[in-house]
Ligand binder design. Structure first.
Ligand code: MSP
Length: 631
């Protein structure tokens, strides 16, 4: 039978126009998961593709004055290259619903279900949402509009084939109840159960008012409903009816990754089709949240789209992938802003990761002639290796739960811990004390090794950076397997090669509507240097950080300011875990009038930068003695 294949799919996209950052999001997440499983040594089938039939596409083609196939061919070609090619989407198969292999499967399924009485011919009366290509009965409409997208619907009456969904309603409820992981996140599962319990109507699965679709076998006036056609792609690509050996290894699919608005199609219609065919159901339907622009969903029909290629041109491939993978907490919606992308790149990649690598290689050069020294026995040599082991486990668990952003958050923590290790160990001070030679060598080894481990951990997510890191570390072999992320494997004696910064800092672009030169006549709200000097800004170190019971935005910090420890209550809990802050340097406003917050006297304030959704505490870029004035 061969080894089982880990089979992951994205939805197949409508080629009704170029795709946007929202569509790229789904595909990049699936790509990271596929790459991760391949690195874990599993055979993977990662399928994406295009959903090319239906009235909407036919109308767009007509408007463009070309045949539907000519129309989609051009768009599909652009989706494959440059879009997925430049995002390095590592799909194994790209399925188009216009391919003969797919026609065969759809028609054969249709015939089988009709022969066994699950499909019958009747008359359809109801409401049709053109943009969503979905049919609704009167009772399901919300204020007379489409319940999914809120747009107006049209009344229709026509002869149609129907799929007896109703027959399978109870079996479906039971299946979802007895398979808690089938639909995720849990909120979507509950929605689907409520939908099923409200009662399933038979589904109209053929159309006669247009011809751009797969003809119903034996009744060519009808074309197959586009969702019945599209969902079947998951079987076609798995080798159903064409490659029994492949099919035995790939089916059931492990994950169908879909946007939350199409969970209903995937977790009710699709499984019922499979039940009727006597096939096992996919292991998991994961409904992820939307990429929003402001507070509305980014979508072609709303016209508020951002082109992923323009972002790659401006910020680079890895910055865009990292942002998409990290910024939208999986399952929830996330807002796209260019500022947040710049901030994420500058903080996590340029500053934390890039600096870790450049400081590590620079110190190996300066203190050991560029050669990575061996690790000696030392009581503290487990500091970083323990953290690596912990992060590895967190990443593995997160990826198994499809929480890609949680995996990257854990990796970012490791980077911060490693940077803090440099501050704590002060290799430059060790280098001045000959009796500390072994300790210095340990520190240098640990730094090289943690950078190597990071290059492995980041391989499923980023494309160029892991290779570039390895090159600078003097390692030429590409990563072969995820188990290489175990601490302790650095090839001793390797020569590091210092190189360009891994991620150059992005300077913020001037806002598009900013005026070029300030108006000389108008007096802006300047402050004088005397005003500024009223502020007593000082460097401090966080000694302790604790949560404040009952306040989910506050942390209680004990900060040493060079003279004494003071308590500062800060509204940063949503962005920092207490552990993240302990030992970190901060800049505080030392002469702010104390206030009582939640019964705690707060004596000052931390400086932090923020844009919507992200906040970062301000700190000196290298260690300073506590009490240093900031001016
Ligand atoms: N063709 C159907 C899917 C058929 S699958 C058998 C379809 N296509 S689509 O092009 O409209 O959308 C494809 C995917 O892109 C969906 O999962 C959808 O949720 C996702 N996204 C579209 N806009 C999105 C955002 N703004 N944010 C995140 N994902 C978004 O539906």
């Amino acid at each position: 039978m061969g080894t089982p294949v880990w089979y992951i799919t994205t939805p197949i996209y409508y080629p009704s126009g170029d795709l946007h950052v929202g569509n790229a999001y789904t595909t990049v997440v699936a790509d990271a998961l596929a790459r991760y499983h391949r690195l874990q040594g599993q055979p993977v089938l990662f399928v994406t593709g295009t959903d090319e039939h239906g009235q909407k596409i036919a109308k767009s083609a007509e408007a463009a004055g070309v045949s539907p196939l000519q129309y989609v061919n051009e768009i599909v070609a652009r989706i494959q290259d440059p879009l997925w090619a430049r995002l390095h989407i590592s799909y194994d198969d790209f399925i188009r619903t216009t391919e003969p292999r797919h026609y065969r499967v759809v028609q054969s399924i249709f015939s089988q279900l009709r022969d066994q009485g699950d499909i019958y011919k009747g008359v359809y009366e109801g409401w049709y949402c053109l943009p969503d290509e979905s049919f609704w009965t009167e009772s399901k409409l919300v204020d007379g509009n489409c319940p999914d997208c809120g747009r107006p619907v049209e009344k229709v009456q026509q002869e149609s084939y129907f799929f007896r969904m109703n027959r399978y309603q109870d079996a479906m409820i039971e299946y979802i109840e007895s398979h808690p992981d089938f639909i995720q996140p849990v909120s979507r599962r509950n929605e689907m159960l409520a939908f099923l319990r409200a009662g399933l109507e038979d589904l109209s699965i053929s159309r006669t008012e247009f011809t751009w679709g797969i003809p119903v076998p034996g009744d060519p006036d009808h074309v197959v409903y586009v969702w019945f056609d599209a969902l079947t792609n998951y079987l076609t690509a798995a080798g159903y009816l064409s490659d029994p050996e492949l099919f035995a290894r790939t089916w059931p699919a492990d994950v169908h990754l879909v946007g939350k608005e199409i969970v209903r199609f995937h977790s009710i219609i699709w499984p019922i089709m499979l039940m009727a065919l006597g096939l096992p159901l996919p292991r998991k339907i994961f409904g992820h949240g939307w990429v929003l622009l402001g507070d509305t969903k980014m979508s072609k029909s709303r016209g508020n789209v951002v082109d992923p290629l323009a972002l790659i041109d401006r910020y680079g491939l890895d910055a865009v992938r990292y942002y998409l993978l990290k910024e939208v907490p999986f399952g929830a919606d996330g807002s796209y802003t260019e500022d947040a992308l710049i901030l994420r790149t500058n903080v996590d990649l340029a500053n934390d990761l890039g600096n870790l690598l450049s400081r590590s290689t620079a110190m190996i050069e300066r203190f050991n002639g560029g050669v990575v020294p061996p690790l000696h026995e030392a009581s503290d040599s487990h500091l970083l290796s323990n953290e690596v082991a912990r992060v590895y486990q967190v990443v593995e668990d997160a990826m198994n739960r499809l929480e890609v952003s949680a995996a990257l958050t854990a990796i970012a923590t490791l980077v911060r811990v490693a940077n803090k290790y440099i501050e704590d160990q002060q290799p430059w001070a060790l280098a001045r004390q000959p009796e500390q030679r072994e300790q210095l060598e340990n520190v240098l080894y640990n730094l090289a090794e943690v950078c190597r481990v990071l290059s492995v951990l980041l391989t499923p997510f980023l494309i160029d950076a892991p290779q570039a890191m390895r090159h600078q570390l003097g390692i030429d072999e590409p990563v072969q397997g995820y188990q290489e992320a175990v601490f302790g494997g650095f090839p001793v004696g390797t020569h590091v090669r210092r190189g360009d910064p891994l991620f150059p800092r992005i300077e913020s672009l001037a806002p598009a509507n900013a005026s070029a030169s300030p108006d000389a006549e108008a007096e802006p709200n300047f402050i004088t240097i005397e005003d500024f000097q009223k502020l007593d800004l000082r460097v401090g170190t966080v000694k302790r950080a604790e949560v404040v019971e009952g306040a989910d935005r506050l942390l209680k910090l004990t900060v040493f300011d060079g003279e004494r420890e003071r308590t500062i209550v800060s509204g940063i809990r949503q962005y920092y875990q207490p552990d993240d802050l302990e030992g970190q340097q901060v800049v505080l406003v030392a002469n702010l009038k104390p206030v009582m917050l939640r019964g705690i006297r707060s004596e000052g304030m931390l400086l932090a930068g923020s844009v919507s959704g992200t906040l970062s505490v301000v700190a000196p870029s290298t260690h300073l003695p506590e009490g240093a004035r900031v001016k």
